[in-house]
Write a protein that binds this ligand. Structure first.
Ligand SMILES: Nc1ncnc2c1ncn2[C@@H]1O[C@H](COP(=O)(O)OP(=O)(O)O)[C@@H](O)[C@H]1O
Ligand SMILES: [Mg+2]
Length: 277
């Protein structure tokens, strides 16, 4: 099987700063791939290059066999790339279901939008959009909340709604930018289940950015590590945890070590049984 995504030497500069510096990576389509790295490493910028929010200064992006390096953002959405944002961006004046309907391809035509949202005419189209969106809400476990205002949802559910909205565009590749940020452990377990469901039941290809090491090591089939815009390591979770360059990249960034420690000694147990540092 050819790779669904092939990025070669992706590079973008902001003035003197090379935020993404000759990064190459691929997604086989058969894996959950994660992108990690310290704050400011260039992860979100890399997503912005994939979605066309920023254009490459150098390099190329091939998606499902097509060179999309110069494609506009809406063309990449149509080609099947969807994303969520690091900060939640929902339409606060709309319900859960309406937030999804807006993202549905059938609503992307201005002509259809008011009719579909207001329910005027075009009943068949509206019915199909509603059914599609309800199926997605069910897949992420939000089916009982479709009539609620999006911002009335608990934080973890708003994050799932963001994913649902990305799914409503009918993508092949879903880019998740820190989907677990601010979630508690129960919500993170729900998120893990949703990502597995997307991958194994809905045939979506997932590329995600995350900070939570336990979550990342658990869910990823393969991990790519960025530091100062450069790809410094790539491998299965165990290789990444033991990679010297990765450990050094995170030096002084205590969160990584706290979380690594937590991975090795769950429940706050130090190796000597004393309960921690
Ligand atoms: N539009 C921009 N203009 C200038 N600098 C930017 C812009 N976007 C990102 N950067 C810089 O690029 C670097 C990488 O940022 P980012 O991709 O957000 O990092 P990460 O998501 O890994 O934390 C940072 O130094 C950031 O300040
Ligand atoms: Mg970021």
């Amino acid at each position: 099987m050819p790779n669904i995504l092939e990025v070669k030497d992706a590079t973008i500069r902001f003035g003197g700063l090379t935020a993404v510096d000759h990064v190459s990576l691929h997604h086989t389509g058969q894996e959950i791939l994660s992108l990690i790295g310290p704050n400011g490493a260039g992860k979100t910028t890399f997503f912005n290059l994939l979605t066309g929010m920023y254009m490459l200064d150098e390099g190329s992006i091939t998606f499902m066999g097509q060179d999309i390096s110069k494609a506009k953002p809406h063309e990449r959405v149509r080609a099947g790339i969807a994303r969520t944002f690091q900060n939640i961006r929902l339409f606060s004046e709309l319900t859960v279901l309406e937030n999804l309907m807006l993202a549905h391809p059938a609503c992307n035509q201005e002509r259809l939008l008011p009719a579909i949202l207001m329910g005027k005419g075009l009943r068949a189209s509206r019915k199909r959009v509603v059914e599609d969106c309800e199926a997605i809400l069910e897949a992420v476990g939000l089916q009982d909340l479709e009539g609620h205002m999006s911002t009335s949802l608990p934080y973890g559910k708003q994050r799932l709604l963001e994913i649902a909205r990305a799914l409503a565009t009918d993508p092949k590749l879903v880019l998740l930018d820190e989907p677990g940020a601010g979630m508690n452990n129960v919500e993170k377990d729900e998120l893990t289940a949703v990502i597995h469901h997307m991958t194994h039941k809905m045939n979506k290809h997932v590329l995600l950015i995350e900070h939570d090491m336990r979550f990342i090591m658990n869910i990823s089939d393969r991990i790519v590590v960025l530091d100062y815009g450069k790809n410094i390591a790539e491998g299965v979770p165990e290789e990444i945890q033991n990679n010297q360059d990765v450990i050094e990249a995170y030096l002084g960034k205590t969160k990584f070590f706290e979380e690594m420690d937590e991975l090795e000694h769950p429940h706050g147990q130090a190796p000597d049984g004393s309960g921690g540092r």
